[in-house]
Design a protein around this ligand. Sequence first.
Ligand SMILES: Cc1cc2nc3c(=O)[nH]c(=O)nc-3n(C[C@H](O)[C@H](O)[C@H](O)COP(=O)(O)O)c2cc1C
Length: 208
Amino acid sequence: MRPRITLAITGASGAQYALRLLDSLVQAECEVHVMVSKAAHLVIATETDVALPPKPQAMQAFLSQYTGADEGQIRVFGLNDWMAPPASGSSHPAPMVVCPCSTGTLSAIATGACNNLIERAADVALKERRQLILVPRETPLSSIHLEHMLKLSNLGAVILPAAPGFYHQPQSVDDLVDFIVARILNQLGISQDLLPRWGEQNLGSHDD
Ligand SMILES: Cc1cc2nc3c(=O)[nH]c(=O)nc-3n(C[C@H](O)[C@H](O)[C@H](O)COP(=O)(O)O)c2cc1C
């Protein structure tokens, strides 16, 4: 059985992170359960050339073709599909990543709103003590954002801001995207060759 990952894509800037992460998870032989917020559709259309169909079934076919996924490897669920596996703690346990994570969804998760399947799935991850990785992108951060991040971090979620480093000497936007995707894959324990792990490749150490 393939490892299952739940991936929620929300309406923060950084659609490239989500698409690259989805592709990497498929190449790593994961089964990926995908949910896309309405705002994420707008952001994806604004930031990329990807024309994501609005309906879950068409989106599933599109993303499967986009990533070269096998039949059934990607499943897309609508935001009101309360019968979908991520909606219940009795489903097969799966780590969840919200990438990118808008401050709106961050706030909804921090307050347990459960107004759509993304928020409910994150609520389930927290109550079941499952891995929950949130990739917020906003700047500057208000005290509201910071309080929500602290609250969620204290509840066990990993706050992994979409803030790429530069010590790997990126040559392109793709390198910056890969930096963040690699850090998410590391958190998930999925082997990746997008970014060397610290200390495993000479990144400019001059200590004799
Ligand atoms: C092009 C675009 C870029 C946006 N960038 C961000 C962002 O970086 N961070 C953020 O928190 N919200 C951003 N927003 C606003 C969110 O999309 C908006 O708050 C929305 O309600 C979030 O809904 P969701 O959490 O259901 O996806 C952006 C919106 C658009 C259209």
